[in-house]
Write a protein that binds this ligand. Structure first.
Ligand code: ZN
Ligand code: ZN
Length: 259
């Protein structure tokens, strides 16, 4: 199957990423402020990064920490893909390569190269790993038509009006782009307020504030030590909102934790 993340298509992701940043900076002074709209951004940021990227892409598909009801999984994969950081296939493959080669030259998003990835300059993914994930027709469709799906989704928001387009589509996407790189950079560096609970070969760290802002993803040292664990929190002060949602969905038999 065709590799979305080949050199030419990668430029498209950079264009999407940089356009989203420029649009955000340009629109903020112009767009009307309302707390209701801010709540919409937070809700969509949760849907895309918390439920989508963290719960579905990361903890379920990449690490198999939980099994999801197929319909709930498709909803998660769809919203995760609308964050502008890749399809279910490319996101999962890049992430698994990060675990395999953390902090080495082969790490697809080493903390040293944060500026490169912040502007959407992602590495190519290997065609070999794609086959298994491409068995899902949904994965294959989103991967092949990634930009078209995002643009169509953005168009639907635009139909609702300029404020919905900004607060519901662009801002949550930008937050998702920044949040992912914040984890990859800050919690792979020995910076202030970071701490380690476990000895690992990599530089991964935990950070309470980043954990809160990224729906639990900031407890990255614990995650590197126990990648298959659906719960990233190991201390009472580590608030893992994604895991709270997993427990809630488990009550309704919509997901099942595996460990
Ligand atoms: Zn990491
Ligand atoms: Zn991981």
């Amino acid at each position: 199957m065709k590799n979305l993340f080949n050199a030419n298509k990668l430029k498209n992701l950079q264009i999407l990423t940089i356009s989203a940043y420029i649009f955000t900076i340009a629109s903020l002074p112009l767009i009307q402020f309302s707390w209701g709209m801010v709540a919409l951004t937070v809700f969509m940021y949760f849907l895309i990064f918390g439920f989508g990227v963290s719960l579905t892409f990361h903890r379920s598909i990449a690490h198999k920490g939980l099994t999801m009801n197929p319909i709930v999984e498709i909803v998660g994969k769809f919203f995760a893909s609308m964050g502008g950081t890749g399809s279910p296939i490319s996101w999962v493959l890049i992430h698994l390569a990060h675990h395999r080669y953390s902090d080495t030259d082969k790490d697809p998003h080493s903390a040293k190269d944060v500026l490169k990835y912040l502007v959407g300059n992602y590495p190519q993914v290997s065609a070999r790993g794609m086959r298994k994930l491409a068995q899902s027709k949904f994965n294959k469709f989103i991967h092949r038509h990634y930009y078209l799906v995002i643009l169509t989704y953005g168009f639907v928001w635009a139909m609702l009006g300029a404020d919905y387009f900004c607060y519901g589509f662009v801002y949550p996407m930008v937050l998702t782009m920044v949040a992912g790189h914040l984890v990859n950079w800050y919690t792979h560096s020995e910076y202030t307020f970071n701490y380690r609970l476990h000895t690992t070969k990599d530089t991964s760290q935990n950070n309470v504030l980043i954990g809160l802002l990224t729906w639990g993803e900031g407890f990255h040292n614990t995650h590197h030590r126990h990648p298959r664990r659906a719960n990233f929190s190991m201390r009472w002060w580590e608030i893992d909102i994604t895991f709270a949602v997993i427990k809630l969905l488990e009550r309704f038999n919509l997901v099942k934790t595996n460990n």
